[in-house]
Design a protein around this ligand. Structure first.
Ligand code: MG
Length: 262
């Protein structure tokens, strides 16, 4: 009888949390720095999950004439490993796939403020949970990560799910598609500005559309993104775009970038 009562109480607790969109405490932390202007710690497991919204049909946006196509499914000429050596990722059927332990990729060229279009898909058949399920990342200037993760029916700390500005802002809504289905990010990045003496004059700002839906609305970035931390700004100029190897075979199909005037 007592056991039944405990099970019912637990069920009631979980149902109440789900109704409020609050996580049932799972993956996450509370011993990390506070995120400026919020009551939440970095990767706080109490932070509410964004509501799930089913996106419309996938649309691939062809690169406009003034864009640089960074990847079109055929070759990795514009990419290399972080040390400049040839990419260890593989090309399969018109997309590239992260090869675990081959390291992250970066572009050979450097970029400042930009508009960026990225098409990606989560690996199929992965049953691991949380941050271990299809983890990769679009890391602008190699410092500011827009998380790539399989959050279709998979929860993790809110500021670390797909389309989060990692460790800083959860997406406004969760518009993930199932494993293997193509998804898009359209990102507007305003690079940070620094004075000659290295002082930050203007922080970075990021806007993201995930599968055509606004998920980050001109967010002020607090510094370089990181695990359990928020980095400090250090003066920098244009830097390469990076795609993260987090040990999962995430796929990328089509990537283009337009540099923006600051
Ligand atoms: Mg990642």
């Amino acid at each position: 009888m007592r056991k039944i009562f405990i099970i019912l109480a637990l069920f009631g607790f979980c149902a109440a949390k789900a109704q409020q969109n609050l996580p049932v405490l799972g993956e996450g932390y509370q011993d990390t720095p506070l995120i400026p202007g919020t009551q939440w710690h970095v990767h706080d497991n109490r932070r509410p999950y964004p509501p799930v919204v089913k996106p419309g049909a996938f649309v691939s946006i062809p690169a406009p004439a003034d864009a640089i196509v960074l990847f079109d499914g055929t070759n990795m000429d514009k990419w290399c490993k972080s040390d400049g050596s040839p990419s260890g990722w593989r090309i399969v059927d018109g997309y590239m796939e992260a090869v675990p332990k081959q390291g992250s990729l970066r572009t050979k060229d450097s970029f400042g403020s930009c508009q960026l279009h990225v098409e990606w898909a989560s690996p199929v058949g992965v049953t691991s949970k949380g941050q271990s399920r299809g983890n990769s990342g679009v890391i602008i200037q190699g410092m500011y990560e827009i998380q790539v993760l399989d959050n279709y029916g998979n929860t993790t700390y809110a500021d670390g799910q797909a389309a989060s500005i990692y460790g800083q802002y959860p997406p406004l809504v969760n518009v993930c598609r199932p494993q293997g289905e193509w998804q898009s990010y359209d990102i507007i990045f305003n690079a940070p500005k620094f004075a000659d003496d290295g002082k930050l004059v203007k922080p970075a700002y990021i806007t993201v559309f995930h599968n055509g839906v606004l998920v980050q609305n001109h967010r002020e970035v607090f510094g370089p993104t990181g695990h359990k931390t928020i980095g400090k700004y250090n003066k920098h100029g244009k830097r390469p775009l990076s795609l993260q190897d987090h040990g999962n075979p995430t796929r990328y199909k089509y990537i283009w970038i337009r540099e923006l005037e600051d």
